[in-house]
Write a protein that binds this ligand. Structure first.
Ligand SMILES: Cc1cc2nc3c(=O)[nH]c(=O)nc-3n(C[C@H](O)[C@H](O)[C@H](O)COP(=O)(O)OP(=O)(O)OC[C@H]3O[C@@H](n4cnc5c(N)ncnc54)[C@H](O)[C@@H]3O)c2cc1C
Length: 497
């Protein structure tokens, strides 16, 4: 993707007459765009969505469909869990890493039950049943799962409750979410222009945003947005020039996107005076099978454990990329490997099987004795149901028994529903696939802010085009979750202008 395309805004005085007029212009039709468009239309605005692709979806349509929701949703209660907005906010503040946005997290947690109900009212159903093992996405249509809330250190910070909610679809459920959200926006009279890219914003001399220049079938035309422009164009993981500038540590890894995360919306807004935030932050999908890892040990290039293996796998990915440069191995015994049914192994195979840990050390190139010492200590405490190093829950602790095997995360995975787009985890690579979570600096209502913290008049953003709630950390479900939640707010704020 070209990161150097000219995005300097067009001055309104250069526009003789706008080619099209709407109240609210939404650019990009993923989960954030659909939510913004729906709410803006519901607030009485005439809404036009321009989308570069030939239909709604974006990365949202390829996603697992997990939405981070809590505070006492109907599904949580049906599964027997008490939750509170305070406990949810406490977990998010910690798990989303240093710099996580406290104001957004508070709003998101306080209104999470209402947001759950809003999704249900849009036809997105959640089965009131629980998948109770670590997973990327449950292999069933169960509606609820843990996202690390019950693992150390989070289980000591706030009362744990599972908050991963997934629409009732077997396998990945992002398509269902998008089908229903776009259908709801359509039902509200939202107009759409597909195969249409926004290329520049149109600004007034007072810096307010009046509309955008869009390109369709090779021709440019201008759209006037009387009330506001909402940027919901996704992140920038597919733009190597932007990665080189803001997040070079992500350059070599697989990309978790539909291939259209080129950061165009972020660049257009920057050129019109917008500030950006946490541009080096990312989600890190690591190519391992969570229920297998929970039953084994995860070691770095020195043969040492570095995290509790039962935590949310995205947190493992973060630690593996940031601290271990993806030089990590999963060590399992036969029971740990066989405990995961073949269809849930996503193509993962042991790299080296042996009765002798010294041989395994040599095969995976860790220093002599290091793996033996790790497994010996792990086994000694596991036999007592303890893990004094990383506090893995007793449920997963059991001494490992020969034969042992190593699984290399660099070998990659083949998720069952990741056949379309650039889902990024199929091939051998670094073992990580990433998407960016930093972006435009926005207020809790989706106003894009400038470098002084003042709103850029007429400009709004949500989803991965914005920074959202995230600091440097990530938990699954917080992208579709904050994209839809803050997308709704941005749509309402734009319509109200
Ligand atoms: C395989 C996979 C699994 C995932 N699983 C989960 C999950 O379970 N839970 C979760 O929370 N997150 C998940 N994610 C991440 C999540 O899908 C994305 O971060 C999220 O969908 C981003 O939503 P968005 O609305 O900001 O952007 P998108 O859904 O990407 O939508 C942006 C849209 O804008 C369009 N666009 C871009 N630039 C322009 C332009 N200049 N003009 C016009 N249109 C433009 C794009 O074509 C695209 O359709 C997953 C991602 C992948 C790839």
């Amino acid at each position: 993707m070209n990161g150097t395309r000219v995005v300097a805004p067009l001055q309104a005085c250069e526009v003789e007459r706008f080619d099209e007029v709407t109240d609210v212009l939404v650019i990009g039709y993923g989960c954030a765009g659909a939510s913004a468009a729906f709410e803006a239309a519901r607030s009485g605005a005439d809404v036009l969505v321009v989308e570069r692709a030939s239909g709604a979806g974006g990365s949202s349509g390829l996603a697992g469909g997990e939405l981070y929701l809590g505070g006492g949703t109907r599904v949580q209660r049906a599964c027997g869990f008490d939750d509170s907005p305070e406990a949810m906010a406490r977990f998010l503040q910690e798990a989303l890493g240093p710099g996580a946005d406290a104001e957004k997290i508070t709003a998101y947690s306080e209104h999470s039950v209402e947001h759950f109900d809003w999704l249900v009212a849009r036809g997105i159903g959640f089965k009131p049943s629980m998948w109770d093992e670590p997973a990327w996405v449950p292999p069933t249509d169960d509606g609820l799962m843990w996202m690390g809330e019950n693992s150390w250190p989070y289980n000591e910070l706030a009362r744990p409750a599972p908050r991963g909610h997934r629409p009732a679809a077997a396998g990945f459920g992002g398509w269902l979410l998008m089908e229903r959200l776009a259908g709801a926006a359509d039902g509200r009279g939202v107009r759409t222009h597909y195969d249409t890219s926004a290329t520049r914003l149109v600004v007034h001399s007072d810096r307010s945003v009046l509309g955008a220049v869009v390109r369709r079938y090779g021709s440019d035309y201008t759209v006037r947005a009387r009330r506001g422009v909402v940027l919901t164009t996704g992140g920038f993981v597919d733009n190597d020039a932007m990665l080189a500038l803001h997040a070079p540590h992500l350059l070599e890894h697989g990309k978790n996107s539909d291939g259209s995360d080129d950061g165009s919306g972020i660049r257009m807004a920057q050129a019109a005076g917008a500030a950006v935030k946490h541009m080096s932050a990312a989600q890190v999908g690591i190519a391992l099978i969570p229920p297998m890892v929970a039953r084994g040990v995860l070691v770095n290039g020195y043969g040492q454990r570095f995290i509790n293996e039962d935590t949310y796998p995205g947190l493992i990915g973060h630690a593996a990329l940031q601290r271990q440069h993806m030089n990590v191995w999963v060590i399992v015994d036969e029971d740990a490997y066989e405990a995961v049914p073949e269809e849930q192994r996503w193509g993962v195979r042991p790299y080296h099987v042996t009765d002798d840990l010294a041989e395994l050390e040599e095969a995976i190139s860790v220093p002599p004795g290091a793996l033996r010492s790790t497994v010996e200590v792990y086994d000694e405490y596991a036999a007592r149901g303890e893990d004094p190093y990383f506090h893995k829950a007793a449920r997963w602790l059991r001494p490992l028994r020969a034969p042992y095997a190593a699984v290399e995360v660099r070998s990659g995975l083949r998720p069952p529903s990741a056949s379309g787009g650039n889902a990024g985890r199929q091939a051998r690579g670094t073992g990580a696939s990433v998407f960016t979570t930093g972006g435009l600096h926005t207020s809790v209502d989706g106003h894009v802010l400038d470098i002084d913290g003042a709103a850029v008049p007429g400009l709004f953003a949500a989803g991965r085009a914005s920074c959202g709630m995230h600091g440097s950390g990530y938990v699954s479900g917080t992208s579709l979750g904050d994209g839809t939640f803050f997308g709704r707010r941005a749509g309402r704020a734009a319509a109200a202008r």
